[in-house]
Ligand binder design. Structure first.
Ligand SMILES: *[C@@H]1O[C@H](CO)[C@@H](O)[C@H](O)[C@H]1NC(C)=O
Ligand SMILES: CC(=O)N[C@H]1CO[C@H](CO)[C@@H](O)[C@@H]1O
Length: 512
């Protein structure tokens, strides 16, 4: 009997580790702060055709409007309620986007902010994205409705009501995170309101959720909410499919709360991944690329099936959250392309690509004074559309890393090698490494300060392959380097350390 119950519980939660990606797709992209109308268009014109599996969207629910500083990105992490109008668009636009993306095989994952409402200093009035009245000082949010009884003020035992000591797991869960009003998720009423919000999105067709600030919620409380979730919409997903859950738990080791407390409930963001990969590609602390032969669990990361991996995210690309200076972002484009390619070539974890906007950095003593700046906007604070240039890059400050040829082609590489084992590793005991994925793909990196010139076993069938980093296959031709693989699977690779992109990737579909 006990055994049967365990199997049933285990089965239910394991289901929430599955992203339900469609037809061989493998990677997710975070279109940070994009408008719904632009995401819908991007699904149809770019993400669907290029094999992207899903989009993580910014929080869709009603949020506070902050005037000082002017409309920062983080205002969307301060909910006022669960009406679905936000800086990214209206409920109708959200619904249209979900439908259109699903129809071209691209899933939508919602950034769910359920730990808290706005900050205690958020004032009183209708300065919210749908215009709902609220009072932060009275803890009154009539649009939900939540009242002062729905917050953790009595449960938190610190004098200030804030988290004062991160070594105390009670404080981290029961007290306010940087002043944010902490919801009493142990209450049936609050759990019901959160589940209703998430179920509305599930019924609209989303495939799952990135659960913000998960570390600040008790695992038992979020488990109770996840169990209330509807199965996914059968218009696009198999009957009985559960929402994909990936939880934001920043765990670089050495803290009271570990990622392990959440892995039975869904996947967890593996923050060690980007922090370590950045250290390796920057060659800091004596790290070398050759040390990544056992990348993944061998580096002390969580089990493969539990991990959501990324090179950078919207927090740590601007110095928030975890990872610190080693994180490699679009500001370091050459290293960023290499690190993202490494992630996409490697089988470990569910991969997520970051797609950013530019802002005016102003770094004083290692801290960016402009880390708050919101997306490219008009004077009234409304977010600008994403214009597409003739060369397929984006304009108006949108970086669109996911459209960089090297990254887009590695998303395709990951699809082509899906399910194939990590194979044919080579390294020079320094920063030149190569590995393949079964007999479907092979990648070679030169992050040393001298040329690479070596003949390697690729595991691929003989033939001429087009390198998808320096160019790509177009019709029967190749716009980049060509690699000759002999009938024995061996090929010579030459990569100068001064090349724009000192790495080469070939795969079954890039064969000429
Ligand atoms: C922080 O919390 C931990 C765990 O409860 C405790 O051992 C430690 O003494 C606390 N530190 C301070 C400064 O209160
Ligand atoms: C330790 C070291 O640098 N080993 C080798 C790295 O790779 C090049 C050739 O690709 C060799 O010349 C180095 O000796």
């Amino acid at each position: 009997m006990k055994f049967l119950i365990l199997v049933a519980l285990f089965g239910l939660s394991l289901a929430q580790h599955n992203p339900h990606l469609k037809s061989g797709r493998t990677a997710i992209v975070h279109l940070f702060e994009w408008r719904w109308a632009d995401i819908a268009a991007e699904c149809e014109r770019y993400l669907g055709p290029n094999g992207f599996g899903g989009v993580q969207i910014s929080p869709p629910n009603e949020h506070i409007l902050v005037s000082s500083p002017w409309r920062p990105w983080w205002q969307r992490y301060q909910p006022i309620g669960y009406n679905l109008c936000s800086r990214s668009g209206s409920e109708a636009e959200l619904r249209d986007m979900i439908t259109r993306c699903n129809n071209v095989g691209v899933n939508i994952y919602v950034d769910a902010v359920i730990n808290h409402m706005c900050g205690s200093g958020g004032g009183e009035g209708t300065h919210s994205s749908c215009g709902s009245w609220f009072s932060a000082s009275k803890e009154d949010f009539p649009s939900v409705p939540y009242s002062y009884m729905d917050f953790n003020d009595n449960k938190c035992k610190t004098g200030s009501g804030e988290i004062e000591n991160y070594s105390d797991p009670y404080q981290v869960r029961d007290c306010r995170l940087v002043g944010l009003l902490d919801l009493a998720l142990e209450k049936e009423y609050v759990r019901g309101k959160v589940a209703d919000f998430m179920n509305k999105l599930i019924d609209m067709g989303v495939a799952g959720f990135r659960v913000d600030a998960s570390k600040h919620m008790w695992p038992g409380d979020v488990d109770s909410i996840y169990r209330r979730l509807n199965n996914l919409n059968t218009k696009w997903f198999p009957s009985g499919a559960r929402a994909f859950i990936f939880q934001e738990v920043i765990d670089l080791g050495g803290e009271a709360i570990s990622a392990q407390e959440y892995v039975h409930l869904g996947r967890v963001t593996e923050f060690k991944y980007g922090a370590k990969l950045g250290t390796v590609f920057r060659k800091w602390n004596g790290e070398k690329l050759s040390f990544t032969k056992n990348w993944g669990e061998g580096w002390g990361f969580m089990a493969d099936g539990n991990a959501l991996v990324f090179v950078d995210n919207h927090d740590n690309q601007r110095g928030h959250g975890a990872g610190g200076a080693s994180i490699v972002t679009f500001w370091d484009a050459r290293l960023h392309k290499m690190a993202v390619a490494y992630m996409l070539a490697h089988p470990y974890g569910q991969a997520r690509v970051m797609s950013s906007y530019r802002w005016d950095r102003n770094i004083v003593n290692g801290q960016d004074q402009n880390d708050w700046i919101g997306p490219p906007s008009n004077g009234d604070g409304s977010t600008k559309p994403v214009p597409i240039n003739p060369d397929q890059t984006c304009g108006d400050g949108w970086v669109c890393e996911h459209r960089w040829r090297q990254i887009k082609n590695m998303v395709i590489f990951r699809n082509v090698v899906n399910g194939q084992p990590h194979a044919n590793w080579w390294d020079n005991q320094s920063n030149q490494v190569a590995f393949g994925r079964g007999n479907r793909g092979f990648i070679v990196f030169n992050n040393d300060d001298w040329a690479l010139d070596v003949t390697l076993n690729t595991g691929l069938p003989g033939g001429t392959y087009c390198d998808v980093i320096s160019g790509e296959k177009q019709g029967s031709g190749c716009t980049g380097k060509q690699v000759q693989v002999g009938s024995d699977g061996r090929a010579n690779f030459y990569i100068s350390n001064t090349e724009e992109d000192p790495f080469i990737a070939i795969h079954a579909d890039s064969k000429l």
